[in-house]
Design a binder for this molecule. Sequence first.
Ligand code: ZN
Length: 160
Amino acid sequence: MAIRQIRINDDPILKKTSRKVEVFDERLDILLDDMKDTLYKAEGCGLAAVQVGVLKRVVLVDVGDGLLELINPEIIEATGEQYEVEGCLSLPGKSGITKRPMCVKVKAQNREGRWCQYKGEGLKARAFCHEIDHLDGHLYTERLAPEEAINQIKLENDID
Ligand code: ZN
């Protein structure tokens, strides 16, 4: 187990598309274990392999209810919408309000290669979308909500 270096800011790898995992071997186990150590050290709620410089479709999500290891994940259903503040371990010190679905259903393989389904709502839905975006070279800064939506949220919060 080891902490890996998180790629940040303008590192060109963050824009690259990750490849499907075909082989479920010991190397994958090591990657997943290292990613877990790296995620917890950085105190994030998700990490994609590309963020530690590995172009494989592997992500971790932990929003406080346990660690999920998602290999070759795909969003198979998305409903509703939410506007919330989002940040990224690869863009330290920054955050922005993004538009994301409120609920998503994801299918992914586990480290043994077996397909499983997961549901996420609220923060977990955001984490799934954010991490899966990383696999296609997308950062949350491409999903920022338009100004009008942000002003509307501020207005609603003021009333409450
Ligand atoms: Zn990120």
